[in-house]
Design a protein around this ligand. Structure first.
Ligand code: PLP
Length: 287
C-alpha cells in the first residue's frame, strides 16, 4: 500500500508530496509542528496536541491554516488513507511561500499545512521498556523559546547523533546552572531518593510535553507524590529511577547516564506503573 500525504488541500502519493523551495519552513525553519500517537485505532491526546499547536502559532504570530473541526477531519482522513492502527501522524504548519526575505510575508499569505502518517511496529518500543536506554548529558545550547514547538531542531539533531556516536540512545540538555532541562525530543523525570516523582516546571527551558501533562494526571490518579522543580545532574545520577516521556515513547526508562548506572541498572516500577495506567487516563479519539 502506498503512503498518502496531505499538502495544502490535496491528498497526494507520499513520493509526489512536495512544497515550494521558497516555503518559509524550508528557508528559515519558520514553522511549527505536532506529533501525535495512534494506538489501536485511537488518537491519543488529540485535544492537547491541537491546543499546543494553537499556542505555538499564536506565539509566532502565524496564521492558522484551518479551523479545529475541519483539521480533525483531515487528520483522521490521512490516518484512514494510510490505514494506521498503531503509529503516528505528523502535522506541520509554516508561514507559507514568499520571496525570500526575513520580514514576515504580506498579510494574507497562506500558511502551508502538511500532514503525514505512518504505521509503527509497537514491538521495538516494548523491548526498550524492558531494557531501558542509555543517555549522555550535553550543555544546553538552544534558543530561549524552546516552549514553542518549532521545526528549528538543529541542536536537537546534533545531540541525538552525538548520543548515537557515543553508543547511547538519547541526550539530555543541562543548563548553565547544572540543572536538567529536557532530552532531545522528550521530557525528563526522576524518582528521587526519597520517592518523589520530580520533573522540571514547564514555565521556562522546556517544551510543555503533552505526555508530560497527561503523566501528571496519571500520577495523581495513582496517588504518586509529584514535585515540579528543577533538579541537578547529581540528583539524577543518585535517583531511584530516570525516565523520558514523549508522545511516541510514552515513559522510556533510562538505565545509564554518561556511562554511570542508575540505581540497579534495571527499569524501575514507577515508570512502568505510569505507562500501564497511561491509556486509561489519556484522551482517546477514534479514527
Ligand atoms: N521536549 C522536546 C524537545 C520534544 O521535541 C518533545 C516531543 O517531540 C517533547 C519534549 C515531548 O513532548 P510530547 O510529550 O508532547 O511529545
Amino acid at each position: 500500500m502506498s503512503r498518502i500525504a496531505y499538502v495544502n488541500g490535496r491528498y497526494l502519493p507520499h513520493s509526489d508530496a512536495a512544497i515550494h523551495i521558497e516555503d518559509r519552513g524550508f528557508q528559515f525553519a519558520d514553522g511549527v509542528y505536532e506529533v501525535c500517537e495512534v494506538r489501536d485505532g485511537l488518537i491519543i491526546d488529540l485535544t492537547r496536541h491541537l491546543d499546543r499547536l494553537d499556542r505555538s502559532l499564536r506565539e509566532l504570530r502565524m496564521a492558522s491554516p484551518m479551523a479545529r473541526e475541519p483539521l480533525k477531519l483531515v487528520i483522521r482522513e490521512v490516518l484512514r488513507r494510510n490505514r494506521v492502527r498503531n503509529g503516528l501522524f505528523y502535522l506541520q504548519v509554516t508561514r507559507g511561500v514568499a520571496r525570500r526575505d526575513h520580514y514576515f510575508p504580506a498579510a494574507g499569505t497562506l500558511p502551508t499545512l502538511t500532514i503525514t502518517a505512518k504505521s509503527v511496529d509497537p514491538q521495538p518500543a516494548r523491548a526498550r521498556y524492558e531494557t531501558g536506554i542509555k543517555v549522555i548529558t550535553v550543555p544546553e545550547n538552544r534558543w530561549d523559546r524552546v516552549d514553542i514547538k518549532t521545526v528549528g531542531l538543529l541542536p536537537n539533531v546534533l545531540v541525538k547523533q552525538q548520543a548515537k556516536d557515543a553508543g547511547a540512545q538519547d541526550a539530555i540538555f543541562v543548563d548553565a546552572a547544572g540543572k536538567v532541562t529536557e532530552a532531545a525530543s522528550s521530557n525528563v523525570w526522576i524518582v528521587s531518593a526519597d520517592g518523589m516523582l520530580v520533573t522540571r516546571p514547564a514555565e521556562h527551558g522546556i517544551l510543555r510535553g503533552v505526555t508530560r501533562t497527561t503523566v501528571l494526571d496519571v500520577a495523581a490518579s495513582l496517588s504518586v507524590p509529584v514535585e515540579e522543580r528543577e533538579f541537578t545532574v547529581e540528583e539524577m545520577l543518585a535517583a531511584r529511577e530516570v525516565f523520558l516521556t514523549s508522545a511516541t515513547g510514552s515513559c522510556v526508562p533510562v538505565v545509564a547516564v554518561d556511562g554511570r548506572t542508575i540505581a540497579n541498572g534495571h527499569p524501575g516500577s514507577v515508570a512502568a506503573a505510569l505507562r500501564g495506567a497511561f491509556l486509561h487516563i489519556a484522551e482517546k479519539t477514534p479514527i
